[in-house]
Ligand binder design. Structure first.
Ligand code: ADP
Ligand code: MG
Length: 631
């Protein structure tokens, strides 16, 4: 066995361990199961990479994202360490030979996505390997109390059976107490050691800014940032709009979301990483595993759906340790929007029952039948006929998919394209005789400039919305135009392919997982409410609030956030309210200012000022024991 510090020096060129790295590494080397809770950027990877290098054998690493896996494997290879990535989409033959390499090729690391653990061939080979350590990265994905729950992660427990001798290390940066307990239980930890470093990020100043004009504030913040910026927003369209807005205002900016083709994503990421572009505007698809040291500003343009997510995203600022800002810009309407998007569209058990029954009726499946049958669903039409809210119905289908009632294919949102082939003159005379189609055609022309010249990708839902015509009507018009050789029309209108996995048993089918659905709703609601109360609480230092959420008690205020830096003058409307509460307290008994500050929820400054005011008007007085009492 080699000294961990030598390995650190030899492969990574670092001379000191960070935080609790050394403690964790030593515990792993003593064959203990370890749960390591280190903040983002805390150096979790080395906590399993170094012990694995110190011992004979191979380390199995489970990680949730292909991008993360590839990034880590490339880094290891660049340091001269043999590592293999077994992600999705690799053909069987290749999987076979990769696994052979692990057995006979002196490889030190095998990285897997959790889904791979369902495959027999993978399990069999792992059983034959000399596994020296099992590492579960981003381990919060195993807990349904966490915000990134991945059911496939529950498979990780199988590794314990396959390699009973190997210790397990689980790593995460986002674990509340509940999640931590869940991780240890699901992985069947034996006498585990939990190592937790403070999540405090003292170089980041957290701020919540209430703005009437959010765009104006965004522009100022971005203009003042010296180095890289990330702006998080919740929907794809907004990433593009905000990026355009910033460009118009003399910033270099680009945008990123999961709907962008892979090559384009890589290009944009690179432009940002190399500082060719300063601002990256993105949905939360961007970031996990992005390790850019010099981000000096992370802006949240909309309220995230949980404090875990917020903290993780904001934590991408200041990884190099220099001072940085994490600013959430909000205004009154945002709260309702968050509730609408995240809570109102969560399918309830009753909704799932209705959706499932409707789906069965739609495809004319009788009770007790339907399993293994596959159907095409025109999703928008389906919603229109049965008056389902689209987002809610889609979430419902996904829920049925997650619970193995149906399987949804990912051919969702194929291309719909249109090109006009008739001349403009021919088109106009056609419209004269088919006046009912005029609105849809005009909207189409107005929305898609190039549709006369090129085959253009269109969104029928958008046309329907803009022209206030039902989508089915728009589609019918397009089909008619196609038949009459006015346009060339390729219609794949957001079809879903659904395979029923179990026989239809109506409510009984849903009851199997109803409890889980209810729990999920409770968790989501709780997450949203915690986030909202963080935003609304302007009495307690932001850093203190955030750390409190993760179970840490931070004594020192940051001294720089919007709460710590609030103007000393107090909102005059507050004084009567504070006065009333103070008097209620003092009627009970005489109390010191410190006691009063503890029981009341207002800011310290406001309470002290109000006490002063009450003293001056002689409503209260100070007694011999230095406590306030009613005069
Ligand atoms: P995490 O997974 O905890 O977010 P990583 O393992 O990706 O963090 O490490 C973050 C960065 O810290 C990496 O660039 C890594 O090289 C660096 N790092 C890790 N350990 C040390 C160390 N002991 N000294 C200096 N840098 C380190
Ligand atoms: Mg990591």
């Amino acid at each position: 066995m080699v000294d961990p510090k030598e390995i650190l020096k030899k492969y990574w060129g670092f001379s000191e361990f960070k935080g609790s790295q050394e403690r964790i590494i030593n515990a792993v080397l003593e064959n203990k199961d370890v749960l390591s809770l280190l903040p983002t950027g805390g150096g979790k990877s080395l906590c399993f990479q170094i012990p694995a290098l110190a011992k004979d054998g191979i380390c199995i690493v489970v990680s949730p994202l292909i991008a993360l896996i590839q990034n880590q494997v490339e880094n290891l290879k660049a340091n001269g360490i043999k590592a293999i990535a077994l992600t999705g989409g690799i053909p069987f033959d290749e999987v076979n030979s990769l696994l052979d390499n692990c057995l006979y090729g002196n490889y030190k690391f095998l990285y897997l996505s959790p889904e791979r653990l369902q495959q027999d061939i993978v399990k069999e080979r792992i059983q034959q390997m000399n596994v020296n350590l099992i590492a579960i990265d981003e381990a919060h994905c195993i807990s349904q109390w966490g915000n990134d729950f991945r059911p496939a992660y529950l498979q990780c427990a199988v590794l314990r059976e396959l390699s009973p001798e190997a210790p397990i290390i689980a790593l995460t940066a986002t674990a509340t107490k509940k999640v931590a307990e869940d991780i240890k239980e699901n992985l069947q930890f034996i006498e585990p050691i939990t190592v937790k470093d403070s999540f405090a990020r003292d170089n980041i100043t957290f701020k919540v800014l209430w703005e009437e004009d959010k765009l104006y504030r965004l522009r100022l913040l971005c203009a003042n940032a010296q180095k890289s910026v990330i702006v998080y927003t919740r929907n794809r369209r907004a990433t593009e709009e905000l990026s355009r807005f910033l460009q118009k205002n003399k910033n270099t900016a680009t945008f990123y979301h999961s709907g962008i083709p892979k090559a384009e994503k890589e290009k944009r990421l690179n432009q940002w990483l190399t500082n060719e572009v300063k601002v990256m505007v993105s949905t939360n698809a961007f970031g996990m595993g992005v390790d850019k040291p010099d981000v000096d500003l992370v802006v949240h343009y909309q309220i995230p759906d949980s404090i875990e997510n917020y903290f993780q995203e904001a934590g991408r600022a200041g990884r190099d340790g220099t001072s940085a800002n994490a600013v959430l810009i909000t205004h009154k309407a945002d709260e309702q929007q968050l509730r609408n998007q995240f809570l109102q569209s969560l399918p309830t058990v009753d909704f799932l029952k209705k959706l499932y029954r409707t789906l069965n009726n739609y495809f004319q499946i009788s009770y007790g039948e339907g399993n293994d049958e596959t159907f095409q669903l025109h999703f928008h039409q389906f919603c229109e006929i049965y008056k389902f809210n689209g987002l809610m119905a889609y979430n419902g289908l996904r829920c049925l998919d997650q619970n193995s009632v149906i399987s949804l294919s990912d051919s969702f949102s194929k291309k719909t394209t249109v090109q006009f082939i008739a001349s403009k003159e021919a088109l106009f005379s056609y419209i004269e005789t088919h006046s009912s189609m005029a609105t849809a055609v005009q909207t189409l022309l107005r929305t898609y400039g190039g549709v006369f010249e090129f085959e253009t990708r269109i969104n029928p839902v958008l046309i329907a919305k803009k022209s206030s015509i039902p989508e089915t009507e728009v589609l019918r018009t397009l089909e008619q135009l196609h038949k009459d050789e006015i346009i060339k029309y390729n219609g794949h209108h957001n079809d879903l392919e659904i395979t029923f996995l179990v026989p239809r048993e109506d409510d009984r089918t849903i009851h199997v997982f109803a409890k889980k659905v209810k729990e999920q709703i409770a968790i989501r609601t709780n997450n949203v409410e915690s986030m909202l109360s963080y935003i609304q609480n302007n009495n307690k230092c932001r850093a203190q609030q955030l750390l409190h959420y993760f179970g840490e008690n931070k004594k020192q205020k940051c001294g720089a956030c919007d709460v710590c830096n609030a103007p000393k003058s107090i909102d005059p409307h507050m004084i009567p309210l504070i006065m009333e509460e103070l008097l209620v307290q003092l009627k009970k008994k005489a109390q010191s200012s410190r006691e009063l500050i503890q029981v009341l929820t207002y800011k310290e400054e406001a309470i002290l000022a109000t006490l002063q005011h009450l003293l001056e008007e002689e409503t209260i007085q100070i007694n011999t024991r230095n406590k306030y009492e009613i005069s």
